[in-house]
Design a protein around this ligand. Sequence first.
Ligand SMILES: Nc1ncnc2c1ncn2[C@@H]1O[C@H](COP(=O)(O)OP(=O)(O)O)[C@@H](O)[C@H]1O
Length: 346
Amino acid sequence: MSNIDVNQLAASAKTVEIVDLKQTTIPIMGEGSTKKLLICAAGIFFCYFYYGILQEKITKGKYGEGEQTEKFHYTLSLVFVQCVINALYAKIAMTIFTSKERDSTPNYLYAICSLTYLGAMLASNHSLQHVSYPTQVLGKSIKPIPVMVLGVLFARKRYPLAKYFCVLLIVMGVAMFMYKDKGSTKKTEDQPFIGVGEFLLLLSLTLDGLTGASQDRMKSFHQTSANNMMLHINVFSVLWLAIGLLATGELFEFIGFASRHPIVLFNMISFSIASALGQMFIFITVTTFGPLTCSIITTTRKFFTILASVIIFQNPMSAQQWAGTSLVFVGLGLDSVYGKEKKNKS
Ligand SMILES: Nc1ncnc2c1ncn2[C@@H]1O[C@H](COP(=O)(O)OP(=O)(O)O)[C@@H](O)[C@H]1O
């Protein structure tokens, strides 16, 4: 990405924020912003595609040979490295592009948001130790629903009725597309209905919703910029994680693990660079179009990635997957027409 691109994105983010505040509580989609939305979506798709591959490689990979084989269970350390690199990236971007940005966002809002953001990431990363990667992706596919509901409850967001309907169609479509009935792995009677993995996914979704609500508040009441949001949320997260790493003793266990398997460091740093680049687009989307639009992009990203691989490798699609795909496209199509208010009359 060239310097000019980043500057243009940042400048255009600012413009839309100002227009948004004056005229409406729901993002306006002018021609320029549609282009920007597509650039952000493409950036999120590309960076998080690589992010997903590395996440699975790190958390599900086997380290060592034979009896010496070890599993990776250092979620705090992984998210710590990720947040450090995210924060560094935001700081560099601010120094180079927008050093004079004023920020009226109170620190307590950043502190709360970083706790929920971090909790959501830790819970979803940790769930991978209890459920498979496809199950985690399926569970998190309903993310726009908690983001929308908690935004309405805690950030006084208001959406047209059509928006609720479109979000429901998209989420149902993605979930239908992802869901695979595993007939052979039936639950036995003494297995609980909700296991640890499912509980962690529910927790992660709730925290995603609360993160969205606090970001909605920052956007509406403080016009927080993308770089400021990215920097402060990650710096607070680094602080919480440093406390967690020391309190649990994971830091020392992880240092031992990394010295036995140094490849993990390389993968973690590549993962974090993909995360930082992806987060830049995430925060531009959040501060320009709001956390709900962002969660729709991140959710449909997973769907489109799998759909692309099905098409590229010419795998057959089940009737359920066709139905799911149709729902997603109908939902996205209707959303682009009816899901937003053109202008606030007041
Ligand atoms: N609203 C947001 N604010 C900050 N970071 C976000 C937001 N949405 C997503 N992210 C970042 O992007 C990562 C991937 O998000 P996503 O694709 O929705 O997958 P998941 O939440 O299932 O891990 C998150 O772990 C987080 O680091």
